[in-house]
Each structure stands twice: as C-alpha cells, then as structure tokens.
Design a binder for this molecule. Structure first.
Ligand SMILES: [Zn+2]
Length: 499
C-alpha cells in the first residue's frame, strides 16, 4: 500500500480544513481536545454511546413530511418518540418528561430505504468509474471479490453501512453475494450489527475468478441460509432481517434457490432483465412452474418483456430500480415509466459504490430526470397522449415507503406513522444550497445533498446529531478500511496505484 488515506501523505488529508500538522496532532493526542469535525471524516471520533433514550424524545417545531397520506404534512409540527416507536405526529405536542430536539429550520421525515446494495464493496468505492457491466464482473467480482477474506467483508459492510447512515439512509438491503464461506456471512452480519443500521441481509452466493460461483467448494449456497435463520434471525422483530439473494441462472436452478428461501420463510431478491442476457423470459418460465409470489423483489428489470412486467404486478412482486448505474453500465433503459405504466410503484437502490455515489439524493434526481426526459421526448416526437410527469412527491415515496415495502418492512418503517419504529431524519433547510426554503419536498428531491443530513435516528436511537455520526470512532473505521483495501489489493494481485 503506498498511500491511500495515509496520514503521511499530504494529498490524502481529510478535507476538513485542518492542516496536516493539526491533523496529526489530533490523531496523536486523542480526541479530547479535537475540534469538531464533520461526520465521516478521519480524525472525528464521537464517544457518546448510542443508547436508547430513557426518556421520550420530542422533535419540536420542524417542517414534517410524514410520507403517510393519512397523517399528512405540516409546515410546523412535532414528532414524539417513546422507546423505539413514534407515538405522535402533530402540532403542539405536550410531553413534559421528554428530551426536546429543536427542529427549527429542519425538515423531519422518514429515513431513506435502499433496496439493493452490494455492501461487500464498501472499501472499493469508485474503483471503476468508467466501467461497463462486463468490466464490473471482471474487476470487482472476479478479481477483487474472488479474493476477499472475512475480515475484508466485515470492514466493507461496516463502512458502507456507516456511509449510508451518514447520508440519511436508515434501512438498506445488503445484496451480499460474497459468501465464499459461512465465515464470510458471519463477518458481513457483524459489520451490519456494529454499524447500527437497519438492514436486510440478503444472503447470496460467492465470487470466484471464473464466474462459475456455484462451484466454490467452501460456499454452502444456498443451504447455509438454514443456519443463518437459526443463528441470527430467529425473530423477524429485530433490526436485521433475512432475505435470500437469488443467483438466478436456469429456471430449475432459480426455482431451487427460491425453494431454499421459502423453506426458511425468507423473502427473495433477484436481478432480472439485465442487458441482452435479461431477454431470456426467465419470469415466464418461473411462472409456468408457479414460482412467482409476492415475496420477491425484482431488481433492474430493464429488458423484461411486457408479459413479465404483468407477472410481477399480478403476483404482487416489488421492483428495485438502480437508475444511475443502469444508465452508466449498459443494463438497459431504467424502467421508471414502464413500472408506472404497469401499475407498479418502484423502490430505489444504489447497487454498487464502485461506480455510484452512496446517497439517495442522486437516486431520486436520476429517476426524476429520466422519467421527465422520456415524457418530453415523446411530446417532441408528436405523441398526443404522453404519460403524466412524475412529481417530486412520488419520487420521495419511492425513496421511502416503497423501499420499505420492497424490504418487507412497510408495517414497521417508511413513513412517520404513530406505531411505526422511529427511523427519522432531520434535514437542514438553512444551508446555502436550499435557503430560503420555498417547497419542502422540492428542496429534498431537487437540491439537497448528504450535507443537509443533520440528524438520523434508527429505532429511536440517535445515530447522527448536528451533522456528526454518534458513537463512531472514525480513526478506527478508516484503519479497518485501509487494512482491508491493502490486503485485498495484495491478494488479488492488483497494482497498488490510486492515480
Ligand atoms: Zn446489483
């Protein structure tokens, strides 16, 4: 390893305004005297524990977007949280015992929900900025992925999860196809648990150099899902829940993976309709064997045929669109309008941090602009009956409640509804990119960035406050990332260069 993030290299200093000397002093002397650093910055360590508040929490005086049409939105209202749950959303709540969080100049809304991200790539961020899908398979999966050891995937999942929380994503489906051994699964789950994120662990196959991943002798896919169910997921009422990440392949192989999931009561997530290969009418073949049910999320869906789209709708499936990566890598046209035309409200996903930023603002803006561009193009081409334009409100629903539905958690999260778990974010409206605010939903969808994420709560626990992650030792996280990166580059025999 030459220098990635090394404190000895001036070009890798944290972008927090500290000089190198100040940075080194800070890291050497410990954090007690450190100046306040932005969240997610090396050198920032927050000692405050993330404990469940003993007293209720009253978020007071924010602009509340509940994303629950029955609860509505408020120019100014309060959110009362007792233990893990939201107990009230309305103006002027009186709760004398509560710890008050001032939400002046804040939008208060449910956290974003990502329905598909390969978190084992957490320390390979932007490693492949110019790559196609084929490049991704060769570099990320068959080169780096094939050589990952459990300690690597632990660090990757931890880093990816903390990055998600930092950007306001409170629930994330970890599409984890790095299970070269049961120890890899254990390591991923450990990383997720430690991060505190609400996660769906979607247990998948492994990676190897030739792509024939069903032939990895140490992997026990999909059978090890039975052990995972017993060891980690005996209850569905916990912060991390279990899915099967179905590898697909032939209809017979896919059906046998689906069977393994259903035998342990796990929902299913599967990539379909990806590029030319996705035109294989797999869903029609699975349907002929009665394999399609309402327990499945279909990812990408770019090159599915019309019959397959109707099958997803008619069997109650959910859809995850990773529009940004689909435009970059050749999956096919992101099917935003196709989903709407079929009567399916899609969820959104980041997919790969190797090419895609980890925040949901990018995802929302991409589907918004793609759909509007498609409608405008049809108008310009003389279409007299073009589809309606998507609204920012609909896009925000895709990013929250529709994500919760696809992750099997819509009864628990996805909106600020009394009785649901308190997965809440507060977004600053007094920053230069959005102030003075004119339209709350418009501000979130069209203009905000992770910089606006001020406070994040997951199941009532405060994970980020005043723009800083709580209870995270960033020096340790950075060290884990550096070590995993160096080890994986070495094991994969990849030249150690960053520019
Ligand atoms: Zn994917």
């Amino acid at each position: 390893m030459t220098h990635a993030f090394s404190s000895g290299c001036p070009c890798c200093l944290p972008s927090n305004g500290l000089s190198r000397r100040q940075f080194l002093c800070t890291t050497a002397a410990g954090v007690a005297a450190a100046p306040a650093l932005a969240s997610g910055v090396i050198g920032a360590a927050e000692a405050a524990p993330r404990t469940q508040a003993a007293r209720p929490i009253l978020i007071k005086g924010g602009c509340v977007l509940s994303l629950d049409r029955a609860v509505g939105d408020f120019e100014k209202a309060d959110v009362l949280i007792e233990g893990k749950k939201i107990s009230a959303v309305r103006p002027n709540i009186s709760a004398p015992n509560a710890q008050v969080i001032d939400a002046t100049n804040r939008i208060v809304m449910p956290g974003f929900v990502d329905t598909h991200r390969h978190m084992w790539q957490g320390f390979l961020r932007n490693v492949l900025p110019d790559g196609s899908l084929e490049d991704y398979r060769n570099v990320v999966q068959r080169t780096f992925g094939a050589k990952m050891v459990p300690d690597d995937v632990y660090a990757a999942d931890l880093i990816s999860a903390l990055g998600a929380i930092d950007s306001g994503v409170t629930c994330i489906l970890d599409w984890s196809h790095i299970q070269n051994s049961p120890a890899h699964s254990d390591a991923c789950i450990k990383g997720l648990q430690e991060s505190g994120v609400r996660a769906v662990f979607a247990y998948g196959a492994g990676q190897n150099e030739n792509g024939r991943v069903m032939e990895i002798p140490t992997a026990k896919y999909p059978g090890d899902i039975g052990r995972l169910r017993k060891q980690y997921f005996s209850s569905d009422d916990q912060l991390i829940t279990l899915y099967l990440a179905a590898l697909g392949g032939t209809p017979e192989a896919t059906l046998s993976q689906f069977k393994a999931a259903r035998e342990v009561g796990a929902r299913i997530t599967i990539h379909v309709g990806v590029g030319e290969f996705g035109r294989n009418a797999l869903l029609e073949k699975l349907d002929a064997e009665k394999g399609l049910k309402d327990d499945t999320t279909y990812i990408h869906c770019c090159t599915l045929n019309d019959t397959e789209w109707k099958l997803i709708r008619d069997t109650g499936g959910t859809v995850s669109i990773a529009s940004y990566v689909e435009t970059l890598m050749g999956h096919g046209n992101p099917p935003v309008q196709k989903a709407i035309d079929t009567g399916i409200r899609p969820s959104l996903s980041v997919d790969v941090e190797t090419s895609v930023p980890n925040d949901f603002f990018t995802q929302m803006r991409t589907v918004f602009s793609l759909q509007k561009n498609e409608v405008w193009a049809r108008r310009l081409a003389g279409d007299k009956n073009p589809p309606k334009f998507l609204t920012v409100r609909e896009v925000l629903e895709f990013a929250t409640i529709e994500g919760a539905r696809a992750n099997g958690l819509d009864k628990k999260i996805g909106s600020l509804t009394p009785g649901k778990d308190a997965d809440v974010i507060m977004l600053r409206t007094d920053t230069l990119n959005v102030m003075p605010m004119n339209n709350a939903v418009g501000a979130v969808v069209t203009s905000m960035t992770a910089r606006n994420v001020d406070t994040v709560m997951i199941a009532g626990k405060i994970m980020k406050r005043n723009g800083v992650l709580v209870g995270v030792d960033m020096n340790r996280v950075a060290r884990l990332g550096r070590e995993a990166q160096a080890r994986n580059y070495k094991n994969a025999n990849v030249p150690d260069k960053r520019v």
